[in-house]
Design a protein around this ligand. Structure first.
Ligand SMILES: Nc1nc2c(c(=O)[nH]1)N[C@H]1C(S)=C(S)[C@@H](COP(=O)(O)O)O[C@H]1N2
Ligand SMILES: [Mo]
Length: 393
């Protein structure tokens, strides 16, 4: 099959919305973009008790997480769109693969095309990962550390644990044949070009090393046993386990395999700190509680939460209810290779009044959440222990 994939989008309307919005803050822009485009940027319902709606992005509320459920249902998973969710016809969809890193080099114009049916003939695999946005926790740079950072003001809900189903990218690449000098792969989405501040940056795309491609990268068409929802990349997305969410390109249109280092603004301008394009996610923790939760007084309060790391399973979680003076071990649920770890902690005879609860996790790679996150202007990797305000009433 040689047909190019078609993405039906609201390109023109969106572009004008983005241009108008260029001078506004992200938060003001998002609802405006949604209104001007006439159609929502996110297609699934975003009930207010489960989501904070940022327009093109939507955050899961930790207060709505079911402590008895390990995986995050697609309907409840955060969404991060640079523009809008496109509608893609799976019948004509094909992934294009090209580049000088293929055993038989191909230009973009002469790309190999791989249909969904072609992919389903490869060995299939299933993998649970923690799926998380690089900027998760960003608003805490402002509220907890007094140093605001630019970008969507997520608290801690730009994360979920999901079970992906699809094929390993290495199986596809070995099937197609790659050159032993290939070093870099660039994934490009079929969503509209990202226009910001009047500059058209082209479609969302980000390169990653061939080592990741040949290690655990996946091409997924299912999440938690269901076809991907349009908002989460239907009909096919890339998944880079443990890595920053931007690496997991949705509505995957093409893969370029190259013998030279590929770049895009998504690794040279954004999603980097200093000289380093960001890869592995840090360690973070969250209580399954609303912000400023009102907890009933009593002798024992049982609290639940989760911790996760992009590098290794969680080994230890400690809780402090006295601002970090003393720490007490939380009880961990089953350890998982790549998903998050659930935990419980019992608060004995809490005093009535206002408190801050702290959860601090350590992972098997020897990383422990710091008390202060390293500031960077785009607010990536807020990994500090969060001071979660609650009242015992
Ligand atoms: N094509 C495309 N892929 C994309 C994005 C996007 O805007 N377009 N956003 C990225 C970012 S920043 C994140 S955090 C994840 C979010 O995935 P989700 O919306 O399925 O939760 O998708 C990534 N893949
Ligand atoms: Mo992200």
């Amino acid at each position: 099959m040689d047909a190019l994939p078609r993405a039906t989008t609201r390109r023109t309307l969106l572009r004008s919305a983005a241009l108008i919005g260029g001078a506004l803050t992200t938060q003001a822009l998002a609802p405006l973009g949604r209104a001007l485009a006439g159609a929502p940027a996110i297609l699934k319902p975003l009930p207010a008790d489960r989501f904070v709606d940022f327009g093109t992005n939507a955050e899961m509320r930790w207060s709505s997480v079911d402590p008895h459920r390990y995986l995050t249902p697609q309907a409840r998973l955060f969404v991060r769109n640079h523009t809008v969710t496109p509608t893609i016809d799976p019948a004509t969809y094909a992934l294009r693969v090209y580049g000088d890193g293929l055993r038989t080099p191909r230009t973009a114009a002469d790309a190999l095309t791989v249909s969904l049916r072609d992919l389903r003939r490869l060995p299939r695999t299933t993998l649970v990962t923690t799926h998380e946005c690089t900027g998760n926790g960003r608003s805490l740079f402002s509220t907890q550390q007094g140093t605001p950072a630019a970008g969507t003001a997520w608290t801690l809900g730009a994360v979920g644990a999901v079970r992906w189903h699809g094929v390993r990218l290495r199986d596809l690449l070995h099937h197609l044949g790659i050159d032993r000098d290939a070093v870099s792969v660039q994934a490009t989405g079929l969503d509209p070009s990202y226009v910001n501040g009047g500059v058209d940056h082209g479609p969302v795309r980000r390169p990653f090393p061939i080592d990741k491609a040949l290690d655990d990268a996946l091409l997924a068409w299912e999440m938690n046993g269901e076809p991907l929802l349009p908002d989460h990349g239907y009909p096919l997305r890339l998944v880079l386990p443990g890595w920053v969410g931007i690496g997991s390109i949705k509505w995957l249109g093409s893969l370029e395999v190259s013998t030279s280092q590929l770049t895009s603004p998504w690794n040279t301008t954004w999603y980097r700190i200093g000289d380093e394009p960001l890869t592995t996610n840090p360690v973070r923790s969250a209580f399954e509680l609303p912000w400023e939760a009102q907890l009933p007084r009593g002798s024992r309060l049982r609290l639940t939460g989760r911790s996760w790391s992009g590098a290794a399973p969680i080994r230890r979680v400690e809780i402090s209810a006295d601002g970090g003076a003393t720490w007490d071990r939380a009880r961990l649920g089953r350890a998982r290779q790549q998903g998050w770890t659930q935990w419980t902690w019992t608060w004995d005879r809490p005093d009535v009044g206002h408190h801050e609860l702290l959860a601090r996790a350590s992972d098997g790679a020897g990383r422990t959440q710091p008390l202060v996150a390293a500031y960077n202007p785009n607010g990536y990797f807020f990994d500090a222990v969060v001071r979660h305000p609650v009242s015992v009433v």
